[in-house]
Design a protein around this ligand. Structure first.
Ligand code: NAG
Ligand code: NAG
Ligand code: NAG
Ligand code: NAG
Ligand code: NAG
Length: 419
């Protein structure tokens, strides 16, 4: 591709210079030039055309293959699910009607693989429709991943898939609708954070822990989520948390050691050091993300973009410093001052710090986390967290074995190893 474009440029430059050198061209010269152009340019254009076409065919085939897999998978799930958790097949007509032809007004946001719409079915039931955007192949993979993961999972702390739609060129997944949006719309919002008192936040922390425990240990699949963050935790009408977005999730076979990936995906601020630097992920990288999330819920502050004028620590470093100085109370969100239970809040902070410890081996597994949150006994002493200053992260990036780059905004990013 590179060579071709250089050639094109060569030809262009030569012609231009000859034009300016000889203002009057002899007709034979002109003919020669035309012949030359036909000889060189025509094959070139043909070549490019064929290349573009084969690329398109390639993409189309891939899409079709994936589509067949997804369809088969969904049918399979429908058969293995028991009566009350049957997947519905929606017609495109019905979805169009429910989402007012995918109008902007119905759009809830942008998920990993495309836009998400709110829909109201004829019976008045509210649903969330995740629509696969037609242009992205990455999205197609994530869509498939979501189908593979979510469809077989049933837990009160995971979002529930109701059905799907596959018609013409459209692929969509239909979920139960979460009226209270995502967790980040509360805890990081100056006004709305006051709506979440301590009992609610504690309920949310425990719910996320149980959802994650189910993913890691209790489900039939055993899944590492890889992108746990405040915006991927949705809240139902009773403020029960539900983990969503399984586009990046991976199944793992029993061993805790985890896997290595060439492609680091995740969100800045929630990624564990071993994952961001070496592309190594395991259940313990999810535990790290959970720890970050827990400290964010308690403090009402974002780990990413955290700022204190007297030091360069991020939220983890800040929490660690306060903990060592026995001042953990100061970490707690001011909006909670009237409602919180000291013992529960202190316990949560300590569990959070245990989860974000630098070495994956030191971090507890999710069954221990659930027990520790509920328990009364004393907890182990946490060690220094991983990634506790912004500088840490920059250094890690430089010495990284996978080519990493972090995105500036809050969206999920994909890092590809530059081989
Ligand atoms: C799923 O199964 C139910 C009955 O068990 C059936 O009515 C429905 O058509 C099936 N859906 C698909 C897409 O196969
Ligand atoms: C579309 O919605 C209208 C009411 O909003 C309803 O009367 C109609 O039956 C729906 N059509 C389909 C195909 O669902
Ligand atoms: C959706 O589009 C169809 C035809 O394109 C139109 O008949 C229908 O009224 C539209 N519905 C809404 C709610 O805009
Ligand atoms: C959550 O959603 C329910 C139902 O829409 C609503 O009644 C409730 O006020 C919401 N809670 C908060 C804290 O916004
Ligand atoms: C979780 O950790 C506890 C304590 O270290 C251990 O006893 C338990 O076997 C672990 N569970 C799993 C599933 O690895």
């Amino acid at each position: 591709m590179k060579d071709l474009s250089v050639n094109v440029q060569d030809i262009y430059v030569r012609m231009a210079s000859s034009d300016s050198d000889h203002t009057v061209l002899k007709s034979s010269d002109d003919d020669k030039k035309k012949k030359m152009i036909i000889k060189v340019l025509l094959p070139l254009v043909f070549g490019i055309l064929i290349m573009v076409m084969s690329l398109m065919v390639c993409y189309w085939r891939k899409k079709k293959r994936l589509r067949i897999t997804i369809e088969g998978r969904l049918r399979n799930i429908n058969e293995t699910r028991n009566e009350d958790m049957e997947l519905q097949l929606f017609t495109l007509q019905r979805i169009m009607n429910a989402t007012k032809n995918f109008s902007i007004g119905c759009k809830l946001g942008e998920g990993g693989f495309g836009p998400v719409y709110k829909g109201i079915l004829d019976e008045g039931e509210e649903v969330a429709v995740k629509r696969l955007s037609k242009t992205s192949t990455q999205g197609l993979e994530e869509f498939k991943n979501e189908v593979v993961c979510i469809a077989k999972l049933q837990h009160r702390n995971l979002v529930k898939l109701i059905g799907y739609c596959m018609e013409d060129d459209e692929m969509m997944l239909i979920y139960e609708y979460m009226p209270n949006n995502s967790l980040d719309s509360f805890i990081f919002d100056e006004k709305r954070r006051k709506l979440l008192d301590w009992p609610t936040r504690y309920h949310i922390i425990n719910g996320i822990a149980r959802g994650l425990l189910y993913l890691h240990q209790d489900s039939r699949l055993r899944i590492i989520h890889r992108d746990l963050k405040a915006s991927n935790v949705l809240l139902d009408s009773d403020m029960n948390p539900k983990i969503s977005d399984f586009g990046l999730a991976r199944r793992f076979g029993g061993n805790e050691m985890g896997c290595n990936t060439r492609m680091v995906v995740g969100t800045y601020g929630y990624m564990s050091p071993e994952y961001a630097v070496h592309g190594l992920f395991s259940v313990k990288s999810d535990v790290f993300s959970f720890g970050v999330l827990l400290l964010e819920i308690v403090s009402g502050m974002k780990n990413r973009g955290f700022f204190q004028k007297d030091h360069s620590d991020n939220l983890l470093g800040h929490a660690w410093r306060l903990y060592k100085e026995d001042r953990s109370m100061e970490l707690i969100d001011e909006a909670l001052l009237e409602s919180f239970s000291i013992s529960e809040a202190m316990r949560s902070i300590q569990v959070g710090l245990l989860c974000v410890q630098h070495s994956p081996g030191d971090r507890p597994n999710m069954s221990s986390v659930v027990l520790m949150l509920a328990g009364e006994g004393s907890l182990p002493e946490p060690k220094q967290p991983g990634f506790f200053t912004e500088d840490n992260i920059l250094q890690a990036q430089c010495s990284s074995s996978v080519a990493t780059q972090f995105s500036v905004n809050e969206v999920t990013i994909t890092l590809i190893d530059g081989r």
